[in-house]
Design a protein around this ligand. Structure first.
Ligand code: GSH
Length: 348
């Protein structure tokens, strides 16, 4: 990962932690950093082997969406197993307390009034844990975030940083038993120093202004922090719109889909049906950016992308607990989502 840092964080991966407590006290949402950072295939404890690794995810989490996208696009669906937590975390009345990710396939979603078929129990540790936090606690950690890349052989956490997980899956896809041939598999971070520098630059801008910027806008309780995040978010979208418009390129760096596209997709997939309302990012819809809209539909049509997520989980997760359990049902026009992503022509 390319070191561009203060406080030794790589800002294409995570945000600086300097004065985090003071910034939070002033109403800024500051995302913490991930503690498990082993690299599969490089760390001798975690060799690349088919069928050995597992992902713990929640579909509404955009960082989880990154790793599920990488798993599917790289043809690793048979090699890497998956457990899916319920999109809303535990409530105040939960015996373990609030705000924990829970594996509970029987839990009812207020949006549908039924359980969610994609949700699973915890099937990898052999312990059948209810909470993600228990998987961390088993290794003496008080972290609790998803995604988690887990080694079923040694029953240990490998890594809980999505930027690193997608990179290592890309680099180890063949050794991990990808069902796709090298020619059919996207090269997410190709061996080309100029292209890698371009991807790194895009990653830093897209992470700071768009992926995490959306949370700074939606979760901060300071009007100034919100306004700065709002303006940064839409300025970054306009820059990407112009980037695609200049030469009509299909993907951000040109003819091929790379990591930069993969990392942008989860946020734009959530913008019109969720973030526009939930994160107060109502400056425009992606539909208002014709090249970005066609790019979104182009990526959505790639094999493995449509099934890599669920807007029902996203709506339930982002609105469920914080909006009196009443989930907004729109947008209805020009058509419902995600069906709208099958219609690049909608952007005119
Ligand atoms: N930098 C991490 C961020 C992961 C993250 O913040 N996940 C959220 C869900 S969207 C989470 O689980 N937060 C709860 C927690 O940290 O306990 C990554 O990209 O994997």
């Amino acid at each position: 990962m390319s070191p561009t840092s203060d406080n030794s964080v790589d800002t294409s991966v995570e945000e600086t932690q300097s004065n985090a407590a003071k910034r939070r006290a002033k109403g800024e949402f500051v995302r913490g950093t991930s503690g498990f950072r082993s690299i599969l295939g490089e760390d001798p404890d975690f060799p690349a082997e088919p069928g050995r690794y597992h992902l713990f995810v929640a579909y509404n989490c955009p960082w989880c969406h990154r790793v599920i996208l990488a798993r599917n696009l790289l043809g690793l669906q048979d090699s890497i197993t998956l457990d899916v937590a319920f999109p809303s975390r535990t409530n105040e009345d939960d015996p373990a307390g609030p705000n924990f990710w829970e594996f509970n396939p029987a839990r009812t979603a207020s949006l549908t009034g039924a359980s969610l078929p994609e949700c699973t129990a915890e099937t990898a540790t052999g312990k059948g844990f209810r909470l993600v936090q228990e998987i961390y606690a088993a290794e003496g950690s008080d972290e609790g975030s998803v995604p988690v890349l887990y080694d079923k052989k040694t029953r240990r956490i490998v890594n809980n940083e999505s930027a690193e997980i997608i990179r290592m899956l890309g680099q180890q896809a063949a050794a991990l038993g990808s069902r796709l041939s090298g020619a059919d598999r996207p090269q997410l971070y190709p061996q080309d120093s100029a292209l890698r520098a371009e991807i790194d630059t895009l990653n830093t801008a897209i992470y700071g202004d768009i992926n995490n910027g959306a949370y700074k806008a939606g979760f901060s309780s300071s009007q100034n922090v919100y306004a700065a995040a709002f303006n940064g978010y839409f300025a970054a979208l306009e820059t990407l719109e112009q980037r695609l418009a200049t030469d009509g390129r299909p993907f951000l760096t040109g003819d091929h889909f790379t990591e930069a596209d993969l990392r942008l997709f989860p946020t734009l997939f959530r913008h019109d049906p969720v973030y526009y309302v939930r994160m107060k990012l109502n400056g425009a819809k992606i539909l208002d950016y014709p090249h970005l809209w066609r790019w979104l539909c182009r990526v959505y049509a790639l094999p493995g992308v449509a099934e890599s997520n669920s807007l029902v989980h996203c709506r339930q997760g982002y609105f469920g607990r914080s909006w009196n359990n009443v989930v907004p049902l729109g947008p209805l026009l020009p058509m419902r989502y995600p069906e709208a992503y099958e219609h690049p022509e909608l952007a005119g």
